[in-house]
Design a protein around this ligand. Structure first.
Ligand code: AP5
Length: 210
């Protein structure tokens, strides 16, 4: 089995959907954003290099990203393919990935810019388990987080100004990646506005998962 890619602008719901479909596909989520945030928190050389790019809404250099992906794909749980979340984000990253992995499908989650700012500025995450919530759209249930130990975190790059910078980065540098996979016949466009479960079902149908 090859890998799948969850593609889309910031706040499209890539992380939200990855958590919902990973138990159905059996493929681990590989989020470059999560890996970079862990590196920043741990103060590793990669984290120190990535921090200022992330805070400004710019992309971390391709060579850094490709190196961490190459390392991640050597881990045993990646042997049967993974679910990439937030990678690749440039044509050079996509070309590097083509050389080291087989891609079965690319799911492009489409959400208009107007909706994205509200989604991201209302986002919070449970630190122990990584589940994603939203102040209005997807609040923490009254019974608490399913993991049982809710600790709220909000991302440093989720301010309105940085979201707008991330959106322009997406339109300039990342959206051409969709055409790369469309030409290869791998792209499935999914409407990312509406009920989260219905969007999950549309993604699973596109992947051919019963
Ligand atoms: P990264 O962490 O990948 O962020 P992103 O792509 O900007 O995506 P997000 O995590 O913000 O959004 P998401 O699509 O996962 O949405 P979510 O499910 O959380 O990257 C951060 C930074 O790292 C980049 O700016 C860059 O600097 C660097 N980086 C990472 N990868 C890189 C790479 N490959 N190359 C170079 N640099 C890289 O949902 C958002 C909110 O909406 C949540 O609150 C959620 O509850 C809510 N929501 C979800 N679905 C719905 C729905 N259907 N209706 C209403 N609300 C919804």
């Amino acid at each position: 089995m090859g890998s799948i890619i969850l593609f889309g602008p910031p706040g499209a719901g890539k992380g939200t959907q990855a958590q919902r479909i990973l138990d159905r596909t059996g493929q681990p989520q590989v989020s470059t954003g999560d890996m970079l945030r862990a590196a920043v928190a741990a103060g590793t050389p990669v984290g120190m290099e990535a921090k200022s790019y992330m805070e400004s809404g710019a992309l971390v250099p391709d060579e850094v990203i490709v190196r961490i992906i190459e390392e991640r794909l050597t881990e045993p749980d990646a042997a049967n393919g993974v679910m990439f979340d937030g990678f690749p984000r440039t044509i050079p990253q996509a070309e590097a990935l083509d050389a080291i992995a087989t891609i079965d499908a690319v799911i492009a989650i489409e959400v208009p810019d107007d909706e994205i700012v509200g989604r991201i500025t209302g986002r919070y995450t449970c630190k122990p388990c990584g589940r994603v919530f939203h102040d209005v759209h997807l609040p923490l249930p009254p019974s608490g987080c399913p993991c049982g130990t809710f600790v709220e975190v909000r991302r440093a790059d989720d301010s309105e100004a940085t979201v707008r910078a991330r959106l322009s980065t997406y339109h300039e540098q990342t959206s051409p990646v969709a055409e790369h996979y469309d030409r290869a016949g791998l792209l499935h466009r999914i409407d990312g506005v509406g009920d989260v479960d219905q969007i999950s079902n549309a993604i699973l149908a596109a992947l051919g998962v019963e």
